[in-house]
Design a binder for this molecule. Structure first.
Ligand code: SAH
Length: 374
């Protein structure tokens, strides 16, 4: 068992129960024992694999998306390209290779990476050693200089800490919700879940997505305050300069109830308390809640599209065909990679893209024109 588990237990003994968000945050980000700061978890030898790790095509077509976004911002003389949670830096490196196709765009961009893990920051430094654009690491969006900005995050939102609530008395409406918290089992001293005895505060209840009113007794709702903070910071930026932010992640289009906190180790699901700090913890992204929050900020956004549709519109099939033509011996492998990224039984349907932008930016590449929808 990890040392982190002892620290978590000591803290619960001293201060009482902790929220799922606090637990998740300690497991993932504790600087000394947390999951991300202490390792490189990605790839086939690691605990999980992501789209840019599957194929270079993913980052390359996103590079085209960046070029188009730069044009939609009015082809500014300088702009920021920000990546949140860049993993091993592979997606950025693939994007930059594609952006090189538009030298006037490339000349004007500066890369900013926002990464919580020192270990991954070192890997990113190596991957981007020969970057055609200057690369800086910053700790938050507020540190990115003012000016036109394109922001991208792939599988970033799913590792932000969530809070969980259970409806215990639907007739009491907001008063019926109780937070699910982490305590020590009085018999075994192991970490376990319990329900807070206090009703949810009005301030927190006000941040619930609108679908919470439909919950039946015992249904569980997840909220992600850190995602809201990210949108707040994006909104502040986009009020001052043109900008566009794209997030790709797994989750439903409409708010769904249920516990989605999951732990992964070596590509297998394990218990969330099985080995704190040594397993990846994520939760599905509630895209509807993000859209509602953007609306409350009056931040324009494009409703989600499934990854297969988004990547197809960006021309991933054509990219696959040209890669296969250049390397006929890899044709079958490229077809398999394309299927993993876009197949409806793979990432194509479960993963979705959502886009937030400043006023007056037009429809981003890959999204639907809301006026076409009936
Ligand atoms: N985007 C990459 C990696 C996804 S894994 C890819 O698609 O392959 C999640 C990434 O987010 C890791 O780089 C992790 O260290 C980083 N991360 C997690 N929580 C973060 C936080 N609060 N702030 C910044 N980065 C974070």
């Amino acid at each position: 068992m990890s040392t982190l588990v002892d620290r978590i237990k000591t803290r619960i003994k001293r201060e009482g129960s902790m929220s799922v968000a606090e637990y998740m945050s300690l497991c993932l980000l504790d600087p000394k024992y947390g999951y991300y700061p202490t390792r490189d978890p990605l790839g086939s030898d690691g605990d999980f694999i992501t789209a840019p790790e599957i194929s270079q095509m993913f980052g390359e077509v996103l590079g085209l998306w960046v070029i188009q976004s730069w044009k939609d911002m009015g082809s500014p003389g300088s702009f920021n390209l920000v990546e949140m949670g860049p993993g091993r830096g592979i997606m950025m490196s693939d994007m930059l290779r594609a952006i090189n196709l538009a030298p006037d765009c490339m000349e004007n961009l500066t890369v900013y990476l926002i990464e919580a893990s020192a270990a991954l920051e070192a890997v990113q430094g190596k991957t981007l050693e020969n970057s055609p654009a200057p690369v800086y690491w910053v700790s938050s969006l507020d540190e990115v200089p003012l000016g036109p900005t394109v922001i991208i995050g792939n599988e970033y939102l799913d590792c932000l800490p969530i809070r969980q609530f259970i409806q215990t008395d639907r007739f009491a409406q907001i008063q019926g919700w109780r937070e699910r918290v982490v305590i020590l089992d009085p018999d075994t001293d192991d970490l376990t879940f319990a329900l807070s005895t206090e009703p949810v505060s009005e301030i927190v209840g006000a941040t619930f997505p609108s679908a919470h009113i439909d919950a039946k007794n015992d249904e569980l709702l997840e909220i992600c305050p850190a995602a809201h903070q990210t949108l707040d910071a994006i909104n502040d930026k986009f009020r001052m300069s043109p900008g566009r932010a794209l997030f790709i992640d797994y989750g439903p289009e409409v708010t769904e109830f249920g516990d989605t906190l999951q732990a992964l180790k070596r590509h297998e699901k394990v218990g969330v308390f099985s080995d704190p700090g040594n397993t990846d913890l994520t939760a599905r992204v509630d895209f509807a809640a993000l859209g509602e929050f953007a609306e409350s900020l009056e931040l324009p956004y494009m409703p989600t599209v499934p990854q297969h549709e988004f990547l197809s519109k960006l021309g991933i099939e054509m990219r696959a065909a040209s890669l296969a033509k250049a390397k006929p011996e890899s044709k079958a492998k490229i077809a398999r990679q394309l299927e993993r990224l876009t197949g409806e039984d793979h990432m194509g349907q479960l993963f979705k893209a959502i886009c937030f932008q400043s006023n007056g930016m037009g429809i981003p590449l890959g999204f639907r024109n809301p006026y076409d929808m009936v």
